[in-house]
Design a protein around this ligand. Structure first.
Ligand code: FES
Length: 113
């Protein structure tokens, strides 16, 4: 009866706009689809995660990346950038797609149909 769907939301017009959003940082806080998210550049691979650590809820703006994980600056728990798992917790992640007209992030929602 319920179906999970993905709503794709454009957040950058092109590569130059994406670079501008980072402003030289590894983690860049932005708002997309009304959510506070974090754009992450892990060695040239882009990811988007919720900007709130699932451990105690602090922002991840000052996080670092190591071995494919985002490392929370507070207690140093690491969360896998591909599936959000880490330390028995789960960090929300959002898929990113590069299309002809820009970069899109996917947000899951439930639908009756
Ligand atoms: S608040 Fe992030 S690991 Fe504790």
């Amino acid at each position: 009866m319920f179906d999970t769907k993905i709503k794709w939301v454009k957040f950058a017009n092109d590569d130059a706009h994406l670079v501008e959003l980072f402003m030289g940082r590894t983690c860049s806080p932005i708002k997309v689809n009304g959510k506070a998210v974090l754009l992450v550049n892990n060695e040239g691979e882009y990811h988007m995660v919720k900007n709130k650590c699932p451990h105690q809820g602090i922002t991840l703006e000052k996080a670092s990346c190591e071995d494919g994980k985002i490392i929370c600056p507070w207690h140093h728990y690491g969360f896998d950038l591909k599936n959000g798992r880490g330390a028995g917790l789960y960090l929300d992640i959002y898929p990113i797609e590069k299309r002809e007209d820009g970069y899109y992030a996917g947000f899951e929602y439930f639908s009756l149909f």
